[in-house]
Design a binder for this molecule. Structure first.
Ligand SMILES: Cc1cc2nc3c(=O)[nH]c(=O)nc-3n(C[C@H](O)[C@H](O)[C@H](O)COP(=O)(O)OP(=O)(O)OC[C@H]3O[C@@H](n4cnc5c(N)ncnc54)[C@H](O)[C@@H]3O)c2cc1C
Length: 534
């Protein structure tokens, strides 16, 4: 055979094999050339993103994490870091009190038809409560996974101004509550420490809130774990657009610190963990359907980089959004700046709120939207959190007092004078409140837990507060594997999400302390799902 004939045969052979589907496959290289490649790419380096990155790496994936800011952490870093989990070991140190016992009895009287999709959890809970009451020993706090689920349902079921009612998604909440303690144990495995003291963060509805010394602890623990596991972290790198091939998300276009474009390819999956849109006033105004007003100028408690980027990117590839109209206002924020932690208060059961008339106006143990609504109805939308020396303890408050963030006085009368509120009414109100603590019953507003704490030991303190934007409950729709769901109701191949970028978990109003639980539980799931291409 001549050399020319041999070449023709070879070409014909290649053509036939290719036509028969046996030839070389479509090249696996991306349509656009990648600057970097990993199995899993995580967009956003707050608590959810870091949890996803660590979990993906634990599952054998190579991981690149992009963070828009110059530091890791997002809202998680600046958060109080308190989280809810049913934890029999630590909660056995919490005594039951009469007010909570009454609340439990009242709950058990309710009908399962009031609990929608959560009826199965309520039916189990009812049995648990009855067994607890019949046991004859109600000295230690009652709690259960089902009570946490039911609280999340009751706290999150809301109707907006257009008459749309939303509830947390049952299957997601089942996962959230069942895996909360596991998330704590996971972090303890990486060396993080949690206090043995259980409290109730504002709007948590029950004493199951754990503390770990602030949000920074999660970021330190998880970033150290990520480093040990070889996660590559790119700071000052903002995800801009998801890259798709044949309907699958295969990477992200990003902007690096120097303004150049980076193409990062993901062999297995991309995890969105960019947080909420609390610092995007236009987006808040566009979507809000819950508050009569959402002024562009309303301050927020959030860090500046949390601007809804992940929601926008997901929408561009067909993701469905859920609950976008529901935005949480934090009732107890600084009236000027919106920041959260420049004040003095204790666990929710100890808190007493008075308005400019020196009067209480709400059950201080209620959900945050209830508190924020009530606060906005007060003169100037302003109220004061009143504390005494028992709450202050040995905290050094000099800087806060100097800055007039906290007002201190030796007597209640003097405190009223400094606040410019009527002293007689204020003192009478505090005395009345203290009598309710003795009676374990609040006929005015039905506060269900006082922790046996009265405002009675001077010096006394007041912190001025007003609502500000805190948490955006709506976001991309996910399933139980943290896969992002399209508007057609199907998982978008290659795309996962966790944390405040998601909707459907907290629905209309998030319980205080449930966000950190959420970002850890679903961050871990998203990382594993992306690594294993679920
Ligand atoms: C002041 C404050 C106190 C709080 N305290 C509590 C508390 O005690 N308990 C509780 O349960 N909840 C609390 N919350 C709510 C909770 O902290 C947040 O809901 C949670 O931390 C959100 O975690 P995340 O990982 O989803 O988002 P974040 O922690 O906000 O992280 C998102 C990250 O994504 C980055 N990012 C955004 N866009 C891009 C992009 N395009 N490319 C790359 N990166 C991007 C951001 O810079 C940020 O670092 C608090 C919130 C605030 C603001």
């Amino acid at each position: 055979m001549t050399r020319r004939k041999w070449a023709l045969w070879l070409l014909a052979g290649i053509f036939l094999l290719t036509a028969a589907g046996c030839g070389p496959k479509e090249p696996e290289t991306p349509a656009v050339e990648a600057d970097k490649t990993a199995d899993v790419v995580v967009i956003g380096g707050g608590g959810a993103g870091l949890a996803a990155a660590v979990s993906a790496a634990e599952n054998g994936a190579s991981v690149i994490l992009l963070e828009k800011a110059a530091v890791l952490g997002g809202n998680t870093l600046v958060s109080g870091g308190v989280m809810n989990a049913v934890d029999p070991e630590r909660q056995k140190n919490v005594p039951m009190n009469d007010a909570l016992l009454n609340e439990l009895k009242e709950l058990a009287q309710r009908d399962e038809s009031e609990f929608g999709d959560f009826a199965p959890a309520f039916v189990t809970l009812k049995q648990q409560i009855n067994e607890y009451l019949e046991s004859g020993d109600t000295s230690v706090l009652f709690d259960s996974i089902e009570l946490h689920m039911v609280h999340t349902y009751l706290g999150g079921t809301r109707t907006d101004l257009q008459g749309n009612t939303i509830s947390p998604e049952y299957e997601l909440i089942e996962i959230l509550c069942n895996n909360a303690l596991g998330a704590i144990e996971w972090l303890e495995g990486y060396g993080q420490e949690f206090s043995d003291t259980i409290g109730t963060v504002l709007g948590a509805l029950w004493p199951r809130t754990h503390s770990t010394g602030g949000g920074r602890a999660y970021i330190e623990t998880l970033s150290a774990a990520a480093e040990d596991l070889g996660v590559e972290i790119l700071l000052e790198t903002a995800g801009k657009e998801l890259i798709t091939e044949d309907g699958r998300v295969v990477g992200v276009k990003a902007t690096a610190a120097d303004g150049s474009e980076l193409i990062i390819r993901a062999n297995s999956g991309v995890v969105l963990a960019t947080g909420g849109y609390g610092e995007n006033p236009e987006m808040r105004a566009e979507y809000n359907t819950y508050w009569p007003e959402m002024p562009l100028t309303m301050p927020s408690t959030n860090v500046s980089t949390v601007t809804g980027d992940g929601i926008i990117m997901a929408q561009q590839v067909g993701a469905d959004l859920v609950g976008m109209g529901f935005i949480q206002l934090m009732p107890s924020s600084d009236p000027e700046t919106g920041v959260l932690f420049n004040g003095l208060w204790g666990s929710a059961e100890t808190q007493v709120f008075v308005n400019k008339q020196g009067k209480r106006f709400v059950n201080e143990y209620a959900e945050r939207d209830v508190l924020a609504k009530a606060a906005l109805e007060q003169e100037d939308g302003l109220f004061f959190i009143i504390c005494d020396a028992q709450i202050a303890g040995d905290r050094n408050l000099d800087a806060l007092i100097e800055a007039e963030d906290v007002i201190k006085a030796d007597t209640l009368e003097e405190l009223a004078e400094k606040l410019g509120i009527p002293a007689d009414d204020f003192v009478a109100e505090i005395e009345k409140y203290n009598s309710y603590v003795d009676a374990q019953h609040d006929p005015d507003f039905g506060k269900p837990n006082f922790g046996n704490y009265k405002v009675e030991v001077g010096p006394f303190y007041a912190t001025p507060r007003s609502p500000s934007v805190h948490h955006t409950m709506g976001g991309v729709k996910i399933d139980t594997l943290a896969r992002v769901i399209s508007t057609e109701g199907q998982p978008i191949p290659g795309l996962y999400a966790a944390g405040e970028v998601c909707g459907g978990i907290h629905a209309g109003n998030r319980l205080g302390g449930n966000a950190i639980t959420d970002i850890l539980v679903f961050g871990r799931i998203a990382g594993e799902s992306a690594a294993t291409k679920k």
